[in-house]
Design a protein around this ligand. Structure first.
Ligand SMILES: [Zn+2]
Length: 185
């Protein structure tokens, strides 16, 4: 499992390994937690009592510290795994659902025509549709998009980045995801 790290105001910051999360507890950086403890870490032997030390980890931890305001103004980084997940592995041209290995990052306005590599110019396409479209525009092809691209919010981005998301974590993140997001489907 991974632990969801928030800033002290409740905005998501990162996914942590249990070991990284344990370090936050030990260094007393944890401001508050959400959810029932989901994992017990065993440390070394406590010198004073001779008993093994145990640390309960919560699925969501908020940490003390300054909030870098710059972070929130930036769009989340674009990657193929996140793009394919945003689009539910559905080709925007033919509407088919494909395994990751058959999918490509497709630029609606081709990069050869100054299309940019951004969340709003990129959609998921199967290899076959991508090959057929080539460097042409949607208009030239007479094609329409099955869905519209969008920039994921910070909360959506954490869902797209998560590997094994626990139900407490998913509930917390989804509560702040816009109702029109495809992640609700
Ligand atoms: Zn297709």
């Amino acid at each position: 499992m991974d632990v969801l790290q928030l800033d002290v105001s409740g905005r998501p910051q990162a996914w942590l390994t249990p070991k990284e999360a344990a370090t936050l507890y030990v260094l007393d950086h944890v401001a508050w937690t959400l959810g029932k403890p989901c994992m017990v870490m065993r440390g070394g032997t406590q010198r004073r009592t001779g008993l093994p030390s145990r640390l309960s980890l919560h699925p969501i931890v908020a940490v003390h510290g300054a909030i870098p305001a710059r972070t929130w103004a930036q769009a989340p980084a674009l990657s193929n795994p996140k793009l394919f997940q945003r689009d539910r592995q559905i080709c925007a041209y033919c509407g088919g659902r494909f395994p990751w290995t058959a999918l490509t990052r497709e630029h609606i306005v081709p990069t050869s025509r100054r299309g940019v590599d951004s969340w709003t110019n990129c959609i998921t396409a199967c290899k076959s549709c991508n090959g057929r479209k080539g460097n042409r525009s949607l208009h030239e092809m007479g094609w329409q998009l099955y869905y519209l691209p969008y920039v994921p919010s910070l909360y959506e981005d954490m869902i797209l980045r998560g590997r094994r998301i626990l139900s407490d974590q998913m509930a917390f993140l989804l509560a702040s995801v816009p109702a029109n997001s495809r992640l609700h489907n």
